[in-house]
Design a protein around this ligand. Sequence first.
Ligand SMILES: C[S@@+](CC[C@H](N)C(=O)[O-])C[C@H]1O[C@@H](n2cnc3c(N)ncnc32)[C@H](O)[C@@H]1O
Length: 207
Amino acid sequence: MRRPHFIAAHARNARGLLGRVIAFIMARETWRQNLRVIDALGIEQNDRILDVGCGHGRSLAELATRAARGRVVGADPSELMVEIAARRNRAHVRADRVAVVLASAESLPFPDDSFDKVLCVHMLYFWRDLERCLSETARVLKPGGRLGLLFRTKADLAAVASFPPEIYRFPALAEVAAALEQADLDLTAASDCTNEPVLLLAKKLRA
Ligand SMILES: C[S@@+](CC[C@H](N)C(=O)[O-])C[C@H]1O[C@@H](n2cnc3c(N)ncnc32)[C@H](O)[C@@H]1O
């Protein structure tokens, strides 16, 4: 059954009371896939990590635990999500181990070569310009830094049928692979994408 338009709209830009409810549900629904990406990235103690489209911020606490001497930043364009993520991680935020910023993938407010790892989980459906978002991601990654991208592709017909196309755009795997190459990100691993979300791992080649 197709998700109603207004629910999908909150997944893209949560606000108000319904946005809070959706953030609560999303934190449970996407957790297994977030752990898949976090495990695959091989987080190290001193890593500086960015979660683009961090939403409710559940990943940030896990990342801060694994990068015990590093720093974790969540970025999201929804004011409500930023508020929820900052509150969820308030102890780490107070200790300056986690920060949550209002920003979108199109324009990340960080200097070049800032992060060892970047993850984007279930959010590139909302990118208007795939190449621009990936080159912005590449810019903030350190040379040799790793990106974990998780999303459903258009090959997942059940997903395509379940979400309104005016809000969710499911790309082809080849389209994302080409945009990664364009952004000088070397695709190092890809999982199957027909029934499960695909997990792509890529490495920044040069400065
Ligand atoms: C489906 S939620 C996924 C949240 C989280 N990553 C997870 O796995 O549960 C998508 C998130 O991406 C954010 N988002 C939407 N457009 C974005 C953009 N252009 N750049 C960064 N984040 C965006 C939304 O505000 C929302 O929090």
